[in-house]
Ligand binder design. Structure first.
Ligand SMILES: CC(C)(COP(=O)(O)OP(=O)(O)OC[C@H]1O[C@@H](n2cnc3c(N)ncnc32)[C@H](O)[C@@H]1OP(=O)(O)O)[C@@H](O)C(=O)NCCC(=O)NCCS
Length: 179
């Protein structure tokens, strides 16, 4: 459950007025609204149980954004999961933080909400001792690619016909520097 400790206030401009939005952990009650944002903003949709399983397994990095004046509304979300895959140099399994999905409602874009969701969720998924963050993004999704490049993600390859409609995905990686 979200607590005061988990919320962050960000001030953003929308034309002439200033509004605040909050970011907090997702709750079970938020899931239908998160699903609605996803279905409106992205061609990939998931069954309810999928969101529930991400929430059950990775609650710390499943975050939502909402307008400060209307906590019943969800305007963005981010969710991650851990994947265990063999490392490149040995058969040892390593944890990777996989960005499952991120979206911000159209009318709230370019206000820093996705950046805030990423900045707040990445340290949480990193705490699973991951070696890198990974994600796939449509090759045509310039906005999202530019967002990820801003976080220093690098394109490591192309996954051909990754999406149901046949579009290719860039596979982007952000390696974690260990001391
Ligand atoms: C991609 C998405 C999540 C970005 O959300 P957002 O809240 O608008 O992103 P931010 O405001 O934090 O943007 C941060 C930076 O990312 C880059 N960026 C974001 N959207 C961009 C766009 N449409 N065109 C170019 N650059 C963009 C910019 O560098 C931006 O900084 P700036 O506004 O100071 O120039 C949002 O456009 C969205 O929900 N798209 C549909 C869903 C989607 O594609 N999800 C990603 C799937 S892989």
């Amino acid at each position: 459950m979200g607590t005061d400790k988990d919320t962050q206030t960000r001030i953003f401009k929308d034309g002439t007025t200033k509004k605040a939005y909050l970011i907090r952990k997702c709750t079970f009650e938020d899931l239908e609204l998160v699903k609605e944002v996803n279905e409106k903003e992205l061609p990939e949709d998931y069954p309810f149980f999928f969101y529930k399983s991400i929430l059950d397994n990775y609650p710390e990095s499943f975050l939502v954004a909402y307008p400060k004046e209307d906590s019943s509304k969800i305007i963005g979300y981010v969710m991650w999961r851990i994947e265990r895959t063999p490392s490149k140099n040995s058969l040892r399994l390593v944890n990777k933080g996989h960005l499952v999905s991120i979206a911000v409602s159209q009318e709230y874009r370019r206000l820093g909400i996705a950046s805030a969701l990423l900045s707040s969720s990445m340290p949480e998924i990193k705490s699973h001792s991951i070696s890198e963050y990974v994600l796939e993004v449509r090759v045509s999704n310039y906005g999202a690619i530019s967002l990820y490049e801003g976080f220093n993600f690098k394109t490591e390859g192309i996954k051909k016909k990754y999406y149901r409609d046949g579009e290719n995905a860039y596979f982007m990686v952000l390696k974690i520097e260990h001391d």
